[in-house]
Design a protein around this ligand. Structure first.
Ligand SMILES: [Zn+2]
Length: 137
């Protein structure tokens, strides 16, 4: 938290400097503001990767639970189908969240990965430059 606050303060200070300063040194200070923004992006990116890793771990736990329910059914102790449905929907929801977070991280990095062919496009592209797939979903 403190680190994030520090980066915001840093950015504001340099933003003001860029707006008001003129002459020698102003360009260098504006460059430093961009570096501050890059640091902020790097922090958001790292946080996002951690959040996605946590969700992937949760997906694995849910899939394991589902597997155990299927196996219990095989061994003659069928699981309540509502419980199974709930676990399946939990996986659907987690996968949708992961996918949204992946897109947000790609935007931070300034790229958009095609969901059809995996081609890495600049984030301002609406369609994949390799296969034409829409990138706005
Ligand atoms: Zn593509």
């Amino acid at each position: 938290m403190d680190q994030e606050k520090w980066i915001r303060t840093w950015n504001r200070w340099f933003q003001r400097t860029c707006e008001t300063a003129a002459g020698v040194g102003a360009a260098a200070r504006c460059g430093a503001a961009k570096a501050g923004k890059a640091a902020e992006n790097a922090l958001s990116y790292t946080r996002g990767r951690v959040a996605i890793a946590d969700k992937r771990a949760e997906v694995n736990l849910q899939l394991r639970r589902i597997g155990e329910m299927v196996y219990a059914t095989h061994t003659g102790d069928p699981t309540d189908s509502a419980e199974m449905q709930k676990a399946l929907e939990a996986v659907d929801a987690l996968k949708a969240e992961i996918s949204a977070q992946e897109r947000a991280l790609q935007a931070i990095r300034g790229v958009s990965v095609c969901p059809a062919c995996g081609h890495v496009n600049p984030s301002d592209h609406v369609f994949c430059s390799n296969c034409g797939q829409s990138l706005t979903r």
